[in-house]
Design a protein around this ligand. Structure first.
Ligand code: MOS
Length: 763
């Protein structure tokens, strides 16, 4: 009788506890602003009180009287920095609006002065004493404000290549038996990571070290070098932990090169920790969006025509857009599809990525409209998705590498108890509370980018993995450690992982949910190089070498990979044969379809992200289904969400513990984006009003009493060697629609503008 050996608990797929948990709960984890500096000067920002106009002059007399003041840097005396290109246009920066360059003001809260002093308190006091004289002009705040300019997104932004269309939408819609036409709106939102936007710059001769929370240390290193006009070799970015980012730390903000230039001028380290409210305007945000969705269907529920038009706000100089019709036009089978995304320019800071761009706003529109169609068809909304489920996206007919959408719906519906729902709106209640059940689809593209890694294995099994990945709270350390533990057959306790440093082998931005697939693929490949070397040393015997030849390649099934991984590696024998006590390997990995210049670009902090809808003959997305119960108080209209259930299929799950945590967080954020989160804009001044965590509403535990996450097994051999789809951004997509669909079911009132507050409920 033989029993299979239990899977080592540190291997891929195991619920390994967080590698960084101990450091975090004991306060030992050092974030950027915690890094000890020798004799630092402290910087404090002064930001613009107007959104449009110019600075006439400064009155610095009072500020100069503050004891401990070192310098006040304004456009009049700042070092000149090179103009940089926008991140989404092949550059590094989050905005091309360069503060301290001229007296012109481009948006409210733009940096107009940096005050440097011996202490943080002195810098703050002097900053508050800086008087700026402005000539203000009337700013343009948002959609419908006087003075906006509007244009099609396509053609304005390098990364924005298409408004997908197929067939003949207009005549198909004309002839459709059942139609929905509806307009939807999502608000301005800010990431509000717990960790503030901090930057410390230390020069050592010609070399610059930057401590800054970053989702992309290679991008920051190369971007700062470009702006300062120095070699990237002279710049090192260090951040072992990022205290939340959600996209806001993915591209370089103007503050970094400014602080670096001030530190160079002063000849001493300079430390900046921008305030919470300054973070609203010196970094990016999710811009407000508007949508019109038209769906035409036959009586039996088949989609015949779909049109999605979206509009997004951006700054005057930068054509930033997330453009989510690339996803919404491909989600369901439909022969006639049309779409258009436009950008509306106003006097605002440049928006940027925020968790699950572009799917959060665009799927809100589509998944709300699908629910409206289901109501019109008198059809169960799950049935409507089933009827229009497809293995081939409708625009180019490319097959999904795998698609478990309906398996997710079935599992989540069962766990939620959907069968108990009376479809009649307003029919379910409990005392004073109207009860509503709603659901929606989620999906997020599977993306990957080239990465490199260095792995060192010792005879005693101790392993060191080096890769410039990022721990943004997702569990990056843990899953990278698991990949090495499994491939080398060593216990996870013996693996140390070093990330968050631009001196390490390059990894892509921790964004677009690509990190686990990209970094783990690179680490697995390098571990396999080590295995090959050891097997080769042990024996010239071909069969042994063949056994080790499982160089990670696309198309290798996880089961084949597992079988290879089981080829036992006797470390002591192998190292004896090799005559060494340790081996080290370095390798560069790139996903299928990555362009020829991928590796060169990778070192330059230029990503060549592939996957999603950009693959040649296939399309790769992760899917899920989300169910929400809402309770709306009959008298006060208070809205509660007593429970949420989500089922998700995202290929191989590297670590069910960290995955569940990501998906739970996503569901809660998705609910929050429906009911709580919005940055209020004072349209007279184009100014954010609730720029603090007291007024910017986010959920607390009592707002999310029950959140259930179901992981649906899914094997996908076509995406990357590990079969990983990525799930960091999956669960907060569609949730906003599920909440509104549930509110409709509870009340009979359809709400098409987020966030939904009790004053919006009219029944
Ligand atoms: Mo994310 S918004 O791709 O950091």
């Amino acid at each position: 009788m033989s029993t299979a050996a239990p899977e080592p608990k540190g291997n891929m797929g195991q619920p390994v506890p967080r590698y960084d948990a101990y450091a975090k709960v004991t306060g030992k984890a050092a974030y950027a602003a915690d890094m000890p500096l020798s004799r630092p000067a402290f910087a404090y920002l002064v930001t613009s009180a107007i959104a449009k106009g110019r600075i006439d002059g400064f009155d610095l007399a009072a500020a100069k009287r503050v004891r401990g003041l070192i310098d006040i840097v304004t456009y009049e005396n700042a070092d000149k920095l090179k103009q940089a290109k926008l991140f989404s246009n092949g550059g590094y920066v989050s905005t091309t609006i360069q503060p301290l360059k001229s007296p012109e003001i481009a948006h409210d809260g733009e940096i107009v002065a940096v005050v440097v002093a011996e202490t943080f308190e002195a810098a703050r006091e002097a900053a508050h004493a800086v008087k700026v004289n402005y000539t203000a002009a009337a700013p343009t705040a948002t959609f419908d404000s006087p003075g906006t300019t509007s244009g099609r997104a396509k053609g304005q932004l390098a990364q924005f290549k298409e408004d997908p269309k197929v067939g003949d939408f207009a005549s198909a819609f004309d002839q459709a038996e059942v139609k929905v036409t509806a307009a939807y709106e999502t608000p301005t939102q800010h990431h509000n990571p717990m960790e503030l936007f901090a930057t410390s710059c230390v020069w050592n001769g010609d070399s610059l070290t930057i401590y800054e929370p970053s989702q992309y240390v290679y991008g920051l290193k190369n971007g700062v070098a470009e702006q300062l006009g120095i070699s990237p070799e002279q710049v090192r970015v260090i951040n072992p932990y990022v205290g939340g980012a959600f996209g806001s730390k993915g591209s370089m903000t103007p503050r970094t090169a400014i602080i670096a230039s001030i530190a160079r001028r002063l000849g001493r380290p300079v430390k900046l920790v921008a305030t919470r409210d300054q973070g609203f305007t010196i970094a990016t945000y999710r811009a407000e969006t508007r949508h019109q969705v038209q769906i035409g269907a036959s009586r039996d529920g088949k989609l015949i025509a779909l049109r999605h038009e979206g509009a997004e706000v951006s700054s005057r100089p930068d054509a930033y857009a997330v453009g989510g019709t690339k996803t919404t036009t491909r989600l369901y089978a439909c022969p006639n599809v049309d779409s258009l995304v436009s950008i509306v320019r106003a006097d605002r800071n440049t928006p940027g990525f925020m968790r699950s761009p572009p799917e959060v706003p665009y799927l809100f529109a589509l998944e709300s409209a699908m629910d409206e169609l289901a109501v019109r068809l008198n059809m169960d909304p799950i049935e409507l998705r089933r009827i229009n489920d497809t293995n081939n996206e409708p625009i180019d007919g490319k097959p999904y590498t795998s698609r478990s959408l309906m398996a997710c719906f079935d599992a989540a519906a069962k766990a939620f108890g959907w069968a108990d729902r009376n479809p009649q709106p307003g029919s379910m209640s409990d005392g004073d509370w109207l009860i509503g059940y709603g659901c929606a689809t989620t999906c997020y593209p599977t993306q990957m980018a080239p990465a490199a890694a260095r792995v060192r294995l010792q005879r005693d099994g101790r392993t060191r993995v080096e890769i410039a990945g990022h721990e943004i709270g997702t569990g990056a350390y843990t899953v990278i450690g698991q990949a090495a533990a499994e491939r080398l057959g060593v216990p996870i306790e013996k693996v140390s992982v070093v990330i968050g440093d631009s001196d390490l082998p390059p990894a892509p931005v921790a964004g677009g949910s690509n990190s686990t697939a990209s970094t783990c693929s690179a680490v697995m490949m390098v571990c396999d190089q080590i295995r090959q070397r050891l097997f080769k040393a042990m024996s010239p015997n071909e069969s042994l070498i063949d056994k080790a030849k499982e160089t990670v390649g696309v198309g290798q099934t996880p089961s084949a990979r597992r079988a290879n991984s089981d080829a036992p590696l006797d470390l002591e024998r192998a190292f004896d044969a090799l005559g060494l006590s340790a081996v080290e390997e370095y390798g560069e990995w790139k996903p299928e379809g990555a362009p020829a210049d991928s590796f060169r670009a990778m070192y330059q902090g230029q990503m060549r992200m592939v996957g999603g809808d950009k693959m040649k003959d296939k399309i790769a997305y992760a899917f899920g289904a989300e169910f929400v119960e809402v309770r709306v108080n009959r008298w006060t209209h208070e809205i509660r969400v007593p429970r949420m259930v989500g089922a998700f299929a995202a290929g191989r799950i590297m670590n069910p513990r960290t995955a569940r945590s990501q998906l739970m967080g996503g569901l809660i954020w998705g609910m929050s984006s429906a009911l709580l989160e919005a940055t209020e804009l004072d349209q007279r001044y184009a100014r954010y009003v609730n720029d603090n965590l007291a007024d910017y509403l986010v959920p607390v535990n009592a707002d999310a009493p029950s959140v259930e996450v179901i992981l649906i097994p899914e094997q996908d051999d076509q995406i990357n060697p590990a079969g990983i789809k990525g799930l960091g951004e999956l669960a907060n997509v569609g949730t906003n629609a599920a909440v509104c669909n549930a509110i409709f079911h509870a009340t009979g009132q359809r709400i098409r503008k987020l966030p939904v507050r009790l004053e919006n409920i009219e029944v």
